[in-house]
Design a protein around this ligand. Structure first.
Ligand SMILES: [Zn+2]
Length: 270
């Protein structure tokens, strides 16, 4: 586990800290979420500048009052499943959206602010087509290593970017790596964002670089989604659409959708 995570990660110290036990547990997920990979760049090749934060408190008022603390299971009666895509938008977001539209499946996108700034078109598509847009911070830090003020800025910058692109702010928040502390939970609640982790980890972020869309990775993602998710009545499935793209996830997604649909699950958003 250690080797696979640190090998994939651009920040070895961060990955080690996440696993060292200093951070809060990620709930029933067997692993914390992986690194987001390189962030999207602006047309000039630089990273996006954070947006101004003015007026955010008024904009957030439209979210329902959230409970305190993280949730792991999809809402709704009967068997429900929530598909979630983190770290986007990225090179494979359009393909994910196309598949979701083809199968008429709702989903939740926990976007990174800097990636939204670098790739605004799919964010506008997500909003227009009524997918749920979640806050996944401005640039994907381990929140437990930040001061309260910096944690707040991470949330607010991502919401400001989403507001710039879509006119809305997020009502749901997912901390990068699934790590959080009491400050994270309080700040999210103050911003009327529910904190959502997951109950099924497809570990799709581990497939990267050459061969990342090989049958091995596609089958591994499918198997984890089906075996972990099929045990639950309300799975929240963690997948990714990172800046560099997750082609194995795209290949696995139709199979995963058909599995849950054929096993009586209803697709819901968070
Ligand atoms: Zn993430």
């Amino acid at each position: 586990m250690w080797r696979s995570i640190t090998a994939a990660c651009c920040g070895l110290a961060l990955a080690a800290a996440v696993l060292s036990g200093t951070a809060a547990a990620a709930g029933p997920g067997p692993l914390p979420e992986g690194p987001a990979g390189p962030l999207a760049t602006m047309p000039g090749g630089s990273l996006a500048q954070p947006p101004p934060l003015a007026g955010l408190s008024a904009a957030t008022a439209r979210c329902p009052a959230p409970p305190y603390g993280p949730r792991h299971y999809a809402p709704g009666t009967g068997k429900t499943v929530a598909l979630t895509f983190d770290d986007g938008p990225g090179k494979t977001t359009a393909a994910v959206l196309s598949i979701l539209a083809k199968y008429k499946v709702p989903a939740t996108f926990f976007n990174i602010g800097a990636n939204m700034a670098g790739r605004p078109t799919p964010v506008r598509t997500e909003a227009k087509d009524r997918y749920v847009l979640g806050n996944h911070t401005w640039d994907h830090p381990d929140m437990t290593r930040l001061s309260a003020a910096r944690q707040a800025t991470e949330m607010d910058r991502a919401n400001a970017e989403q507001r710039t692109l879509t006119g809305t702010v997020a009502c749901v928040f997912r901390p990068p790596y699934g790590t959080y502390n009491a400050t994270t939970l309080r700040l999210a609640q103050q911003r009327r964002m529910s904190v959502w982790l997951w109950s099924v980890d497809t570990e799709d972020w581990k497939a990267h670089g050459p061969g990342s869309d090989s049958a091995y990775w596609v089958q591994r993602i499918i198997r984890l989604a089906e075996t972990e998710g099929g045990r639950l009545h309300h799975p929240v499935v963690l997948m990714h659409n990172q800046a560099a793209g997750n082609p194995a996830t795209v290949k696995a997604l139709p199979v995963i959708i058909k599995y849950f649909r054929s096993h009586g699950y209803r697709f819901v958003t968070l």
